[in-house]
Design a protein around this ligand. Sequence first.
Ligand code: SAH
Ligand code: SF4
Length: 348
Amino acid sequence: MINLLDLDQAGLREQIVVWGYPGYRAEQIWRWLYTQKVTRFEEMANLPPDLRDDLTNQAVIGGLETVREILSADGETTKYLFQLPDGQTIETVLMEYDGQRRTACISTQAGCAMGCVFCATGQMGFARHLSSGEIVEQALYVARQLEAQGERLSNVVLMGMGEPFHNYEASLAAIRRIIDPEGLGIGQRHVTISTVGMVPAIRRFAAEGLQVRLAISLHAATDEERSALLPVNKRWPLDELIDAVQDYVGQVGRRVTFEWTSIAQENDTPEQAHQLGQLLQGLLCHVNIIPLNPTQGYSGRKPDAARVDEFVSILSSYGVPATVRVRRGIDINAGCGQLKTAVDLGLA
Ligand code: SAH
Ligand code: SF4
C-alpha cells in the first residue's frame, strides 16, 4: 500500500501515470488531499470510478489512528495520541491562543535518540523515524479538526517528539508540503523547526533557501554544563554550534531563537545569565526561556518567577532580548518535553 501523504506533487503524478491515467488526475487528487482534506477515496467526486478503485486497492490516505484526545482544563490545549500502522505511538498538540493563532506542535520521530536528561521523549529512547507522510498527516489532522469548527490552522512547530534534524529528509519533505500554497498553505514564517544543535544539519538547512524559522535548544552557556544536560554537546560543542548559527544568520539574514529550558539552581543563576549574554552578544537572536516542565525521569525543578526576571534583565544588559514562554497544557502532560506515550504509566 502506498501512503499518498508520503508523496510530493511530482511523485504523485509519476504514480498516477504509472497506473495509466493522465497526469492532471494527480492535480485533482492533490487538491482533494490538501485543500478539501478528505480522508476517503469515495469523496473524490471528480475522479473516474476505475481510478477510485485503483486508489482504494493500492493506496491509503495516511495511517494515523486516534487512540486518545485529551483537552486541558483551560480548554486551550488539546493533545492527540496517535497509533501508527506498526503499532508505534506519537503525540501531537494543538494550542489555541486568543485571536487567530492556532498552532500544531508535531512530532518527527517515535521517541528520540538524543537523550536530553530533562526531556520525557529523550528518557524513552529512540523507536524510529517518522515518514514525511506521518509528519504531514499530524498537521493535516489538526487542520481538519479546526476547519470542522470554522477555524484554520495558522502555525506549525516541529517541536513535538523527536529531533527533526536527525530525520532531516523526511522533516524537510514534510515542511515543503506544509508551506506549499497548493499543500497545507501555511506561511513559511509561521513554521518553526527546533533542533538540539546538530551542526551539519544547521549548515545544510541554511542552504535550503527557506524562510521557515529556526530554533536552537541551547540550555547552557558552557560546554561542561551543556554536556551534562545534552549529550549531543559532546559531539558538537558550543563553539562549533555558535559558529554554525552565526553563519546561518549571515546567510539568511533572519533572527534565530535560542530555547533555554530553565532549571532551578542549574542554569537559572546570574552567572549563567552573564555567560549567556557574553556568548550571544551581537548575534541576531532572541532567547525563549521555558521554565522546566516536570517529567518522571528528572528531579530538577522550575525556577521562581523572580529568578527568571533577573535572568532576563541580565541578558538585556548585553542587548540580548529574551521572553518567557507561556506554559501550556501542563495538566495533560502536553508541555514542552513532556510528550511521551505513557498511557501504560497513566500519565497521558
Ligand atoms: N528535539 C528538538 C525539538 C523538540 S523538543 C529540540 O530539542 O529542540 C522542544 C523543546 O522543548 C526543546 O527546546 C527542549 O529542550 C524543550 N524541553 C524538553 N524537555 C523539556 C522540559 N521537561 N521542560 C521544558 N522544556 C523542555
Ligand atoms: Fe530529543 Fe529534543 Fe527531547 Fe532532546 S529535547 S531528547 S533532542 S526531543
